[in-house]
Design a protein. Structure first.
Length: 525
């Protein structure tokens, strides 16, 4: 039985004591005295012990549910989360997410970390026949609805991995969505780092070194996250496939090459997020302690491996306990929410993340793919999703698992090469050795993706249209990252300075984005 410990009634109540005006590292109410620090330290340690007991109880319940086969194994479903930026008439970030929610009044939309960001959540769709078409239509409608609401405020939404017109001055704590959870996360990460600032450095075409005072640097990023529901028996296969495919996917879909006026990686989101959300002190880094945003370290054998790693390797950022006793719930034949395990999982930022959820009283498992940038268009993002879903089906049903033919370290190296070089990356692939990313997709992966979508019984016209976009992207050598950097370079050749070129590029990007024509067809200067 789980220990009967005192727990807060709700997450909101538990973190509402964190003042909205406190500085990172200070206790609620102002500068800490030594006595206050001692009390805070003792209270924090007590909460962490409670939270650890609660997570271990959640793990036991999950283990029992897996052994007893209590999970949904019915029709497969897919889903997506669409993040976007809000910009004003000067193409600068607009702090208007709360105004947008008030105007939209639609539960599909929610906030992100920054007030200049918005998230739209698509409904789960059965993955067969016209499932991809229904997802595409809904995301197109959600983006269109956001565009109409933003226009009434003199604003516009932008589907980009990183907004190039963002400035460091846009990323103060006053630009954070006023949520106690976000403030608590910011404070927890700062405290774990020893109270110091947030610093990162990225070497790409240019070099960028930035020091900042909050986790708001993470608000530079926007992604398109796709979900695939899987059964417990196939979870490990599907997750390993997602890890294997992370490299070619990020290479063909890269769309965040510019940050603070510098040309960096094709997918700068990845190194930026990994460094900004790193909770380790320099000493822990030197000891090779695992970072909180990570690719992982091995092929897994069960979803339990991942949740167990979360508990073993990562201290709690939000040690908030819920009244639920999962042992009692499972023993009574019920379905536990596993709130602590899910809360903690949400603060371990894997590029492919395991998800436990409950729908209509039935628990299910999902693989959440987080490697894709937002944009450039809805049809580009659905093409990326179709490519991914098709490949998971074929590779999952192969006689010999393809990931077993590749050392895990090679898959990890592939991923970072894909992030850095995009379509120009040279990747290592089983039985083929080194291949350029575009050639790998054209010769090996696209035929398998076509076959996989056929096995899912996706409509042939939908299959051909979406995968045809991937093919043309590889043949033209143009994804969002390439279009952005080449357009900026062309504008600079015409005499624009870097910031003027960025603003003009974003102007052109937004106009083309709303045509929903795939990025490989966009005109170049």
């Amino acid at each position: 039985m789980r220990p009967r410990i005192r727990r807060d009634k709700t997450y909101r109540a538990a973190i509402s004591s964190v003042s909205m005006t406190d500085k990172p590292g200070d206790p609620p109410g102002g500068k800490a005295t030594r006595a206050h620090k001692d009390v805070d330290t003792e209270q924090d340690e007590h909460k962490r012990r409670e939270f650890m007991h609660a997570m271990l109880a959640d793990l036991r319940a999950l283990d029992r549910m897996l052994r007893e086969g209590r999970f949904d194994t019915g029709p497969r479903r897919i889903g997506a989360e669409q993040e976007m930026f809000l910009i004003d008439r000067q193409w600068a970030p607009a702090r208007a997410s709360l105004q947008m929610l008030e105007k939209l009044r639609d539960p599909h939309y929610t906030t992100e970390l920054g007030q200049f960001q918005l998230e739209a959540n698509a409904d789960p769709q059965l993955f067969t026949g016209d499932g991809l078409s229904r997802m595409e239509r809904q995301i197109d409608e959600l983006v269109g609805k956001a565009r109409a609401a933003a226009a009434e405020l003199g604003l516009a939404p932008v589907l980009m991995g990183i907004l190039p017109t963002l400035r460091k001055s846009d990323l103060g704590l006053d630009g954070m969505v006023p949520s106690p959870r976000y403030r608590a996360l910011n404070k927890a990460i700062a405290d774990m780092r020893g109270g110091g600032g947030f610093q990162f450095s990225i070497n790409g075409t240019d070099e960028l070194i930035v020091r900042h005072d909050s986790v708001m640097l993470e608000a530079c990023n926007a992604s398109f996250q796709v979900h695939l529901q899987v059964s417990p028996a196939e979870f490990a296969r599907m997750y390993n496939i997602a890890q294997l495919l992370a490299a070619p996917m990020v290479a063909i879909a890269a769309n965040s090459p510019l940050l603070f006026g510098r040309r960096l990686w094709a997918e700068t989101r990845v190194p930026l997020f990994e460094q900004v959300a790193d909770t380790r002190t320099e000493e822990l880094k030197n000891q090779a302690v695992r970072q909180r945003v990570w690719f992982g370290e091995r092929w897994i054998t069960s979803i339990f491996d991942l949740f167990e790693e979360n508990v073993r390797y990562f201290p709690a950022l939000l040690p908030v306990c819920d009244p639920e006793d999962p042992d009692d719930v499972v023993a009574a034949g019920g379905v536990p929410r596993l709130p602590e395990l899910r809360l903690h999982n949400g603060t371990v930022y894997r590029w492919n993340r395991p998800v436990y959820d409950v729908r209509d009283g039935v628990p299910h498992l999902r693989v959440e793919n987080r490697v894709l940038s937002s944009g450039p268009t809805v049809v580009d993002m659905l093409a990326n999703a179709a490519f991914y879903f098709g490949l998971t089906r074929v590779f999952a049903e192969a006689d010999r698992p393809v990931w077993s033919q590749l050392p895990y370290g090679a898959a990890e190296l592939n991923f970072y090469l894909g992030c850095r070089e995009g379509l120009g990356a040279t990747l290592f692939w089983p039985r083929n050795g080194e291949m350029r990313a575009g050639d790998l997709v054209l010769e090996r992966l696209l035929p398998a993706a076509y076959e996989g979508l056929d096995r899912f019984r996706v409509e042939p016209a939908v299959r051909d249209r979406l995968l045809g976009i991937i093919e043309q992207r590889c043949l033209t050598g143009r994804n969002g990252a390439v279009w952005q950097t080449e357009t900026v370079a062309a504008l600079e050749e015409k005499g624009r300075d870097r910031m003027a070129a960025l603003r003009e590029m974003v102007t052109r990007y937004v106009d083309l984005m709303h045509t929903n024509e795939p990025v490989h067809t966009w005109p170049m200067l």
